[in-house]
Design a protein around this ligand. Structure first.
Ligand SMILES: Cc1ncc(COP(=O)(O)O)c(C=O)c1O
Length: 403
């Protein structure tokens, strides 16, 4: 069946004619801030050429967009090393590049990795695969009922042969923010390298990899950084980057007459043509964030949504109950319906676009005790949510609780 191409103008209503309440910013941000879509379409309409491959004027425009974006990302995460930012097609590819690149030996029986149960499957699955196929030792530190990882338990997991600690800055299920300062300094004091997954926090919570001493940081650029889908990056400190052996390679636009296998890590990660129109949109998204440094409206919305939950008796918030150490990501369960039924009901009754299930995070549900509900219903707000979205969430929660 041929699908129809949606119009360029974002529509405030669903195809059914109902108002659209987009509450899935933790998956990807929508709508994008002003200028983002225009940067993508403008690039494709007026430039449209590949980056890193040629010398003609428009190809230099493409190269300029890519290097400008590296500088913007470097500023956002607090590193002077713009050349240590590799652009990827999403957060998953960046995390895989870091994990598989650092743990590249064919036998890993003497190597230990520590991670946590709040990680996304883009961390847990590659680590599990390395455990099964190459003997990697992996310790997954559990979280508490709100999705927080206890720092003492993290410390107890460290061993003399711990090479890497992988930390999710904030859970995409509960919104709980990890105490990175504490976790990173503890890992470093044991001589381990640290990879941070900033998928949910980039653009929401300031992060400074240099001050923290983070070795690698991976994140999508289509969530809090406000760019188009199909974008992400990996930062690796130059001394760590040179240790990475990326398990894929192809055309790099450089040394094209050579088949050697000692390519710089960033070239290997970025093998093949890049999605330059989408990267142009990311630059516009980050610039928008820079020009709106005081947009923590989501803190105000979070306060009112937490308050609405406090008055509910049939539905229950899973995750932090207080402001301060959480994102505007709210998971809930109900004793009378499973989470998929809840999501369908809220869509058909109120136009809510939410997400239900385990949220690609296999290990957290034990700790937050949500397996028996088939996961949770997740509501998430972002930079382009509105006061009226937040009021609708509060009203919708009251309505759901009254059923
Ligand atoms: C915590 C976390 N890590 C990694 C990812 C993977 O990002 P992407 O979907 O861009 O591959 C996500 C996406 O939801 C996430 O929430």
């Amino acid at each position: 069946m041929a699908s129809s191409i949606p119009p360029l103008e974002p529509s405030p209503v669903q195809p059914t004619g109902k108002p659209r309440i987009y509450l899935d910013h933790a998956a990807t941000s929508w709508p994008k801030p002003p200028g983002v879509l225009e940067a993508c379409v403008g690039y494709q309409a007026n430039v449209g050429v590949a980056a890193g491959r040629s010398v003609y004027r428009n190809s230099q425009v493409a190269d300029g967009i890519v290097s400008d974006l590296r500088s913007l990302i470097a500023q956002l995460i607090g590193t002077p090393h713009c050349d240590s930012i590799a652009l990827t097609s999403n957060g998953t590819m960046a995390l895989n590049a870091a994990i598989l690149g650092l743990l590249h030996e064919s036998i890993l029986e003497t190597v230990h990795v520590v991670t946590t149960s709040i990680e996304h499957n883009s961390v847990l699955r590659p680590l599990t695969q390395l455990r099964k196929t190459r003997g990697l030792n992996v310790t997954i530190v559990p979280c508490d009922r709100e999705g927080f990882v206890n720092m003492h338990r993290l410390q107890l997991a460290m061993r003399p042969n711990t090479r890497l600690v992988v930390l999710n800055h904030a859970s995409n299920v509960t919104g709980s923010i990890m105490d990175l300062t504490h976790a990173v300094s503890m890992a470093k004091s044991h001589g381990a390298m640290v990879l941070v997954d900033a998928a949910q926090t980039l653009g929401f919570v300031p992060i400074d990899v240099t001050a923290l001493g983070v070795d690698m940081l991976a994140a999508p650029l289509h969530k809090g950084a406000c760019g188009m889908l199909g974008t992400g990056f990996l930062y690796a400190h130059p001394l760590v980057g040179e240790k990475l052996r990326i398990p894929w390679i192809g055309g790099t636009g450089r040394s094209s007459d050579s088949l050697d296998d000692d390519f710089p890590w960033r070239d290997a990660v970025e093998s093949g043509n890049m999605n330059v129109p989408a990267l142009a949109s990311v630059a516009a998204g980050i610039r928008w964030l820079q020009s709106h440094p005081h947009v923590p409206a989501w803190e105000k919305w979070t306060a009112s949504i937490l308050d609405a939950f406090r008055h509910c008796s049939r539905i229950r918030l899973i995750g932090p109950k207080q402001l301060g150490n959480r994102l505007p990501v709210f998971s809930l369960v109900s004793e009378s319906m499973d989470c998929h039924e809840l999501a369908m009901l809220m869509d058909s009754a109120r136009g809510w676009e939410t997400r239900s299930g385990f949220h690609c995070a296999a290990a957290i549900h034990e700790g937050i005790d949500t397996k028996r509900y088939s996961g949770t219903l997740r509501i998430s707000l972002g930079h382009t949510s509105t006061d009226s979205d937040a009021s609708e969430v509060c009203e919708g929660l009251r309505w759901l609780d009254s059923l």
